[in-house]
Design a protein around this ligand. Structure first.
Ligand code: HH2
Length: 277
């Protein structure tokens, strides 16, 4: 049976994120979006101050801190919803944790700075280890894998071991295949088709496919990120069917609705099977 799946609502405080860049740059706009995502049913908010879209320019630590910390503190004033900080910088993770974040979502899987694993351990927060081949500036140039599911699994397990060796408790670790991070559309499809193998590694899995570019490979008309809702929902449902624990999405209300319906259908089917037996 399909278990309950959590929904992480994305709040990008960036001028250049691929889908919602530039929308939530004032504290008021960010807070209004946070309120909306909470009302729509988000279980957790993921706050980011640096875009990781292909080709994105890096942001200084001071700039990233100035973008995220006041907003995290302001959300903490209005809601007890768990907050995740989407950053690769350990100092930003620490400041975010001090302001009220309880999850460090790191697309570099704690490999950006040598002190990242020890920082994660000392913060005692949950950690999302996401897979990326290369760095955002060049990761989409020529991604290569022999067996993408196997290689992503091995790499994530190695990062989980490094985190645990630095003192991060196993129960605090999440894994994420990193859809779009150094992967072609075919690689992303293989990963979506192979999610069960990631789930079988024994860690909760987070899936972030929302509005991503691979959807365009199946619908060339979806040039704009805002035209990818159908593909995003389909990917979330594939994650649900594979036993993923959480999806990271822009469109929270629509995702919550889709997940509820498909779960209800699965439960009704299970009841029919049991009542016939
Ligand atoms: N994808 C993005 C950013 N952070 N974190 C995790 N754990 N998994 C993901 O798939 C993931 C992520 C990229 O999407 P978005 O935040 O919408 O855009 P940008 O990086 O341009 O801000």
């Amino acid at each position: 049976m399909i278990g309950p799946m959590r929904v992480m609502g994305i709040l990008n405080l960036t001028p250049d994120s691929f889908s919602d860049g530039g929308y939530f740059q004032t504290r008021e706009a960010a807070l209004a979006q946070a309120r909306l995502l909470i009302t729509e049913g988000a279980d957790i908010l993921d706050i980011g101050g640096e875009s990781t879209r292909p080709g994105a320019a890096p942001v200084s630590e001071a700039e990233e801190l100035a973008r995220v910390v006041p907003v995290i503190a302001a959300i903490r004033q209005i809601s007890a919803i768990p907050i995740s900080i989407d950053t690769m910088k350990p100092a930003v993770a620490r400041a975010a944790a001090e302001a009220g974040a309880s999850v460090w979502n790191d697309v570099t899987a704690l490999s950006f700075a040598p002190e990242s694993p020890a920082m994660a351990a000392s913060l005692g927060c949950q950690v999302v280890l996401s897979h990326m081949q290369g760095v955002p500036a060049t990761m989409q140039t020529a991604p290569r894998y022999d067996d993408v599911v196997e290689e992503v699994s091995e790499s994530l397990l190695a990062r989980a071991r490094a985190a645990m060796a630095a003192g991060v408790a196993k129960e605090k670790i999440w894994l994420d295949p990193g859809i779009g991070f150094g992967k072609t559309a075919a690689h992303n499809l293989q990963l979506l088709a192979g999610l069960e193998r990631l789930v079988a590694l024994g860690f909760p899995v987070l899936l972030g496919a929302s509005r991503k570019g691979f959807i365009r490979a199946f619908d060339p008309a979806a040039a704009d990120a805002g035209q990818r809702l159908g593909g995003s929902l389909a990917a979330a449902l594939a994650g649900q069917a594979a036993g993923v624990a959480m999806v990271r999405v822009h469109d929270v209300a629509e995702t919550v609705q889709a997940l509820r319906i498909s779960r209800a259908v699965a439960e009704a089917k299970a009841r029919r099977v049991t009542s016939r037996a």
